[in-house]
Design a protein around this ligand. Structure first.
Ligand SMILES: *Cc1c(COP(=O)(O)O)cnc(C)c1O
Length: 424
């Protein structure tokens, strides 16, 4: 739906919800409640996704099996724990557009980022730079700088940042291309977010990957804000690696197990340097407990430890729902829902605010980042106390994400009503 067909009335939101083929999924999630026991207007799925009602049952099943079977659960649990992580492989691969060999669910996001850089950031005197977006998520900045130092280089001269032009909030795609073309020969690794966490800007993964690979750079993506938000075709687009977390759009639960993609072209390179652990060892001989490490083929070869089954169980509950809803259908609703939010904000709340997220659907996901007057901070926290959830980023940015899996048009309508009234 394009913006000229949206309407400002409450009836319009009600009618859109009535027509929404995905509306039924809302019932599968727990919503935090207001003091009057109504559902909060929860627009914080970019930060922590809501809990699927089925998560509890899935976690309890593993607790029960553990209680009844002890160590034998590794083999005889209803879903045996030894190969348990594979229960997530196919759905994860489908979600990010990868082959099963290319993905694994393991560790947490920043850990996976480090593991990938250990293998893929191999700086030389000529080629030692890492290109990131200016204002990347702090954890990514710390990880990148510490890897540069760890390899004996220094961060002012080996860190290359691409940022918005003066007076602009988002980075122009052409500026990324220009920088890669100009500096490519000295860039060892390009590491961008799939979507920038602060502005909600989506980067063109295919174009960046192409430009980087033509220049001989390794290309990786942090998909924390992209996985479960926008459709991805990692295998075809061709980055060398990608990492993401599962507690934002993927609703796995706080601190849940993260994801990792390693392109097939590296799957059989068993000589590649890596930090190793027993769970990455060839499973045929893992329990022979030999001292020589032989990695599994593909992404599984980067596993370190036996995984946290309780967290994986919660993630299964959510991935089942994603699989059923389908990322393409979710994306279609997301484009409409976020377009509707953008439309209502223009109608009701300008000129006191400006949306800094790009307006074109293909340059954003669910999230809109809104710049508000700095003094609006206290009214915004009042709203939060009344059961309208969104988040505030210093100095003056409000981030809101209507999530197609569980948010409604009426959520968006209610948010804009309340938000516009506090900005008055
Ligand atoms: C959310 C987020 C993180 C958080 O890292 P954890 O290791 O999961 O704590 C890191 N990077 C980006 C880009 C994020 O959006």
């Amino acid at each position: 739906m394009n913006s000229c067909t949206f309407q400002t009335s409450h009836d319009f939101a009600v009618a859109m919800d009535a027509e929404d083929p995905l509306a039924g999924f809302r019932e599968r999630f727990h919503f935090p409640k207001t003091k009057n026991n109504e559902d909060c207007v929860y627009l914080c799925g970019h930060s922590l996704g809501l809990q699927p009602k089925k998560s509890k049952e899935c976690v309890e099943q593993e607790l029960t099996d553990w209680a009844q079977l002890g160590v034998e659960g590794h083999f005889y649990a209803r879903s045996p724990w030894l190969p348990y992580h594979r229960l997530l492989t196919e759905q994860t691969a489908a979600l990010v557009g990868a082959k099963p060999l290319e993905v694994v669910v393991m560790n947490s996001l920043t850990v996976n980022l480090h593991l990938m850089m250990v293998s893929f950031y191999r700086p030389t005197r000529q080629r030692h730079k890492i290109l990131i977006e200016r204002g990347a998520f702090p954890s990514d900045q710390y990880a990148v700088k510490s890897q540069i130092h760890f390899c004996g280089f220094d961060s002012p001269s080996s860190l290359l940042e691409v940022g918005p032009r003066a007076g602009e909030s988002c980075i122009r795609d052409e500026d990324i291309q220009t920088l890669i073309n100009r500096e490519g020969d000295s860039i060892a690794l390009i590491l961008l977010g799939g979507l920038n966490y602060a502005t909600g800007q989506a980067f063109n993964i295919l174009d960046v990957t192409k430009a980087g690979r033509e220049k001989g750079c390794i290309v990786g993506f942090d998909l924390a804000h992209a996985a479960g938000n926008v459709p991805l075709k990692l295998h075809d687009w061709g980055p060398d690696f990608a990492v993401w977390c599962s507690y934002k759009y993927l609703n796995g639960g706080p601190g849940c197990v993260a994801g990792c993609f390693v392109h097939e072209r590296h799957a059989r390179d068993l000589e590649m340097p890596r930090f190793a652990g027993w769970w990455g060892h060839d499973e045929q001989t893992r329990f022979e407990m030999k001292s020589e490490f032989r990695p599994m083929m593909g992404a599984e070869g980067w596993q370190l430890s036996n995984p946290p089954i309780l967290a994986l169980a919660a993630l299964r509950a959510s991935m089942d729902i994603f699989h059923e809803a389908g990322i393409e259908r979710l994306r279609a609703k997301s484009v409409s829902l976020t377009g509707y939010l953008d439309f209502l904000l223009q109608q009701h709340a300008s000129p006191k605010l400006s949306v800094i997220t790009p307006h074109e659907a293909e340059r954003r996901g669910s999230q809109l980042s809104i710049r508000v007057p700095q003094h609006a901070r206290s009214s915004c926290s009042r709203l939060a106390a009344e059961g309208v959830s969104f988040d505030w980023r210093e100095p003056d940015i409000v981030r809101v994400a209507p999530v197609p899996l569980y948010n409604s048009y009426q959520d968006v309508y209610r948010f804009v009503q309340r938000f516009a009234s506090v900005l008055e």
